[in-house]
Design a protein around this ligand. Sequence first.
Ligand SMILES: Cc1cc2nc3c(=O)[nH]c(=O)nc-3n(C[C@H](O)[C@H](O)[C@H](O)COP(=O)(O)OP(=O)(O)OC[C@H]3O[C@@H](n4cnc5c(N)ncnc54)[C@H](O)[C@@H]3O)c2cc1C
Ligand code: FES
Length: 279
Amino acid sequence: MFKILGKTEPATNINKFIIEVPEIAKKVLPGQFVILRLHEKGERIPITIADKDKEKGTITLFVQEVGKTTTEMGRLKTGDAILDVVGPLGVPSHIENFGTVLCVAGGVGVAVMYPIAKALKEKNNKVISVLGARSKSFVILENEIKNISDEFYLTTDDGSYGQKGFVSDVLKNLLATCHSPLANIVFAIGPVPMMKVVSEITKQHNLKTIVSLNPVMVDGTGMCGACRVSIGGVTKFACVDGPDFDGHLVNWNELTCRLSLFKQKEKESLDYYCKLKSA
Ligand SMILES: Cc1cc2nc3c(=O)[nH]c(=O)nc-3n(C[C@H](O)[C@H](O)[C@H](O)COP(=O)(O)OP(=O)(O)OC[C@H]3O[C@@H](n4cnc5c(N)ncnc54)[C@H](O)[C@@H]3O)c2cc1C
Ligand code: FES
């Protein structure tokens, strides 16, 4: 059992957990994730490690409530425990001194971006960050990302905070007004439609773009095939070959279809759970 040392709700429907897992805190690198199982009958869900404290032996997770397990997790409190925390899993993000790096993140993807952007800054890159959220109450890690960024932009879909619009609007603007190449590489992390659009824009400018894919995962070991994605026509498993891939090579339509495969079952499972809890 792994103890929750802290739980807060920094944004609407997004819970932040600090969990005691010294072995993982010691080893984790930016871009890696854990697979959690809350209890004996729970399903396994992948969540990225947003931060760590080696001395205290803790990892930090930001979990958005979207379905049954993440909603159930949202009901846990400081002092509760999680049955299984497996990791660190996945290939760490490739970090080096690229020169100028553009970090484009949306929604809970900002939590996935945070350790990557921090590591890029530590390698002396110039970091330009563009964060997006549905509205003000969904913004996370604003100050943390601002503190490590040389340039910082924030958008909300409804204009309740920062610039009104999408991260892709800022990206298009920056690319249109820049006389020399804007950046040497782009990292884009967030909902699939956002990563797809960003990749389409950057492709027109021949700007290398790394995305962090989030297909459904089960075992996290490359054995079950659940997280299969097509990259440049080649089958890859996001849990062991990724989750980072070249955004210009991803088959976005296939990923979108596979993510919606279990939608009806997922909805039934959430409805059943909510009914049980309110009974
Ligand atoms: C490598 C990786 C890292 C991730 N890191 C984070 C993170 O740091 N924080 C976070 O909140 N979420 C993260 N996710 C997504 C998270 O795993 C899903 O939100 C979770 O599995 C949903 O479980 P559920 O039972 O609550 O919802 P379900 O009932 O399984 O699904 C409900 C709805 O959520 C969406 N969904 C389901 N699975 C995923 C998925 N894998 N990715 C995106 N949407 C999904 C679907 O639209 C579905 O209809 C990550 C996913 C991957 C693959
Ligand atoms: S989750 Fe099973 S192969 Fe990746």
